[in-house]
Design a protein around this ligand. Structure first.
Ligand code: HEM
Length: 207
C-alpha cells in the first residue's frame, strides 16, 4: 500500500534528543548491572557491579535533573507544557477513542506515558540514592542519612516496585514504536533526526 509522502518539520532540539538517549542508556545500564549483581550475589564481583549500578544511577540523576530544567527553560517542544493535555485525555476517556488530530510536538496520549515514566525515574533516583547511602555509605545523601537504620527499610521495596513499573513502560514504549512503524509512521526516527514526520492528511494541529 502506498502511503502519502510525509511532510517533515524540525521539532526536537539536540539537547532534548541527547537527554533522551542518555536516559535510555543509563536505564539500560542500571537494569543490566542490577541483574548481573544479583546473578553474582556473594561472589567477588558483587560489590564492583553494585558500584557500577550506583555510577549509572548518578548519570540518570544528572540527566533527569537536566531534563527537568530543560522542561522549564527549553524550547516549546521540550517544555512540560508540551506533555500536558488534560482536555484531550478527558475527551479520549469519554469517547474511548484515540484523538484523530495529530499535533506538532509530543503526542498527547503518549505524553501521559512519558509523564508516568519520568515519575517512576524520579522514584528510582530518590530510593536509589537512599539505598546507596544506607547500604554503601556513599552518594550525596550519605552525609545526612548514612547512619539512618530506617532508610533501607523505606527505600528497598519502592525501588523494586519501580523497577517493575519501569520494565512495563519500556515494553509499552517499544510496542508503540513497532505499531507506528508497521503503519508506515516514522515516529522512532524523530528522536534521531529531530524531525517530525507529519502525514500529508489534513488535521495537523499547531498549538
Ligand atoms: C531506572 C533506574 C533503576 C533501575 C531499573 C534499578 C534497578 C535496581 C534493581 C532491580 C535492584 C535490586 C533490588 C532488590 O532486589 O533488592 C536495585 C538495587 C539498588 N539500586 Fe537501583 N535501579 C535504578 C536506579 C538507581 C539509582 C538512580 C541508584 C542510585 C544512584 C540506584 C542504586 C541502587 C542500590 C544502592 C541498590 C541496592 C543494592 C543492594 O541491594 O546491595 N539505583 N536497583
Amino acid at each position: 500500500m502506498l502511503h502519502p509522502e510525509p511532510r517533515t518539520r524540525r521539532v526536537y532540539d539536540p539537547l532534548l534528543r541527547a537527554l533522551h538517549w542518555a536516559i535510555a542508556l543509563t536505564i539500560l545500564t542500571l537494569i543490566g548491572t542490577s541483574q548481573l549483581a544479583e546473578a553474582f550475589e556473594h561472589g567477588p564481583y558483587e560489590n564492583t557491579i553494585w558500584n557500577l549500578h550506583i555510577l549509572a544511577g548518578y548519570g540518570l540523576t544528572i540527566a533527569l535533573l537536566t531534563r527537568l530544567l530543560w522542561g522549564i527553560v527549553g524550547p516549546a517542544s521540550a517544555r512540560w507544557r508540551d506533555l500536558w493535555h488534560p482536555s484531550v485525555w478527558k475527551d479520549s476517556l469519554k469517547s474511548l477513542r484515540l484523538p484523530s488530530v495529530h499535533r506538532v510536538g509530543h503526542d498527547p496520549i503518549a505524553s501521559l506515558a512519558y509523564l508516568f515514566a519520568y515519575g517512576v525515574m524520579a522514584l528510582m533516583v530518590v530510593t536509589g540514592l537512599g539505598l546507596a547511602a544506607s547500604e554503601f555509605h556513599t552518594g550525596p545523601l550519605a552525609v545526612w542519612l548514612g547512619n539512618a537504620s530506617w532508610l533501607e527499610d523505606v527505600t528497598e521495596d519502592p525501588h523494586e516496585f519501580g523497577f517493575a513499573l519501569m520494565l512495563g513502560f519500556i515494553g509499552l514504549h517499544m510496542a508503540a514504536l513497532v505499531f507506528h512503524q508497521l503503519r508506515g509512521e516514522r515516529v522512532a526516527q524523530s528522536m534521531v533526526t529531530g524531525k517530525q514526520y507529519l502525514d500529508a492528511k489534513p488535521g495537523v494541529q499547531h498549538d
